[in-house]
Design a protein around this ligand. Structure first.
Ligand code: PLP
Length: 460
């Protein structure tokens, strides 16, 4: 695996200074974490890259931190160091680690059967709560948001008889082949950088448009070839990119006009509130995807459909073929996952919890903004509900390409390592922080203090 070299000029950071500071932080990291290092060396024998899944190699530092125990908004590593977890499993643990109501319910369910391929009462409870939040009334459960996206793409193709999926440039929707496409400099659809073994050129399956570009959307949909538009209502996977006024309205109007199924992937944007952006802004998608945190960390994803879409599906699928049509998964909808989802939604990720989490993210954002103002760093900070993020450009990007151009892997690695050495975990993919119901104001302030120390050194 390779890493890019030094910070680019737009970040305002001197590359030589960054290199020097980075070397200092690596030294401190290695000195303070002998137990993690030993575990990693042992793991390297039989795990590819020394990690159970390849992206875990992307954490900053020469080896990953090994978790001993995670609870609420904190975890303790194998070396006994306490950390404030602002990554929260990149949303998988947005409800806090091992929330008590979920743990209690899951313990009970483990003793009463984990998977039987038969429904349990929790499915209806979870679906009713998701309906209340997102408005769409007909739900199915998967093991991941990736699967939920995959299944909706298939259903949309099936009921529309169309081939193509529309996504926005620099999106991420899980490991879904159709979504690993970007636009090149000429506007052509090409495999996304890093796309490993694409089955066919993505231009055959996928139409890509820049976010916030209504004319591009209109032109793409007017071909009449697009089965579904799959979008996050706010981009969250290339930093946060907010929709401009009128963009989501235009998206709804145009997809209706051209008979394209509108799928909103709320896996991350659930951070906007109990019903994600759909609930917060009164959006009217044909289908919604959620996942990650809804099971309190127990694997679960879900997709919900409007009555009309659900009806089209019911009428177009034969019962005899229902298990071999490309929708499913043996463990999907298992009793344990559904117990976890029903309890997490009704007892942990409550409306009150979201209000508290959002206030904490406001505090985090204000803290970061104060540091940017004080140090003159040419960066900005953006927030969506209980998620906030800073990025290396003076103003917020309008689309994914602008966000990607401002990104800087070397600088990110340094910032994350600096934070880690001060007991703070940020998501490894960009500079994102999430608040859980268990996060406290002093957790937030710990980040502000460390970020101030870091930015002051970088910009002194
Ligand atoms: C918006 C969005 N959708 C779907 C997914 C896929 O989630 P999972 O990896 O849990 O399947 C992700 C993962 O980061 C995501 O960010």
């Amino acid at each position: 695996m390779t890493t890019s070299a030094a910070a680019h000029a737009g970040t305002g950071v001197d590359p030589a200074r960054l290199e020097r500071l980075h070397a200092r932080e690596v030294e401190r990291f290695v000195a303070e974490r002998p137990a993690s290092r030993a575990l990693h060396e042992q793991a390297a024998e039989h795990l590819l890259g020394g990690v159970p899944m390849s992206w875990m190699a992307k954490w900053p530092g020469p080896f990953p931190v090994y978790v001993d125990r995670a609870e609420g908004a904190h975890f303790t590593c194998a070396d006994g160091i306490d950390h404030v977890d602002l990554c929260l499993g990149d949303t998988g643990a947005m409800c806090g680690h091992s929330p008590e109501p979920t743990v209690r319910r899951v313990r009970d369910q483990v003793g009463r059967g984990i998977t039987a391929m038969l429904p349990t009462a929790d499915g209806a409870v979870a679906a009713e709560e998701l309906t209340r939040r997102f408005g769409v009334p007909s739900w199915q459960f998967t093991l991941s948001a990736t699967d939920a996206n995959r299944h909706l793409i298939r259903y949309a193709r099936h009921v529309t008889g169309r081939r193509k999926v529309l996504v926005v440039d620099w999106c991420y929707h899980g490991t879904v082949d159709e979504t690993f496409a970007t636009l090149d400099d000429t506007g052509a659809v090409v495999p996304r950088r890093g796309n490993i073994g694409p089955p066919i050129p993505p231009s055959e399956t996928t139409v890509v448009v820049p976010f916030n570009d209504v004319p591009a959307l209109e032109a793409a949909l007017a071909t009449g070839d697009v089965a579904c538009a799959l979008l996050e209502p706010v981009m969250t996977n290339i930093g946060i990119v907010l929709p401009e006024d009128g963009y989501l309205d235009a998206l709804r109007r145009l997809t209706r006009q051209h008979g394209t199924v509108l799928v909103l992937d709320e896996t991350h944007t659930l951070c906007a509130g109990p019903g994600g952006c759909t609930g917060a802004w009164g959006l009217e998608p044909d289908a919604v995807v959620v996942g990650k945190t809804i099971g309190g960390g127990i694997p679960a994803g879900a997709f919900g459909m409007s009555e009309q879409l659900a009806d089209r599906m019911r009428r177009s699928v034969e019962l005899e073929d229902i298990d071999v049509g490309g929708i499913g998964g043996t463990l999907a909808g298992n009793a344990l996952s559904l117990a976890a989802v029903a309890t997490t939604l009704t007892e942990v990720l409550t409306d009150e919890a979201f209000a508290r989490m959002t206030a904490l993210a406001e505090r985090w954002t204000a803290g970061v903004q104060g540091v940017l103002d004080a140090t003159g760093a040419p960066w900005h900070v953006t927030r969506l509900g209980c998620r906030a993020e800073y990025a290396f450009s003076p103003t917020p990007p309008r689309d994914g390409a602008e966000a990607a151009a401002a990104d800087d892997f070397a600088l990110q690695q340094y910032l994350h390592l600096h934070a880690l050495n001060r007991g703070l975990l940020l998501t490894p993919f960009h500079n994102m922080a999430l608040m859980s119901p268990a996060t406290t104001e002093s957790d937030v302030d710990r980040h502000t203090d460390a970020f101030a120390e870091c930015a002051t050194e970088l910009f002194a």
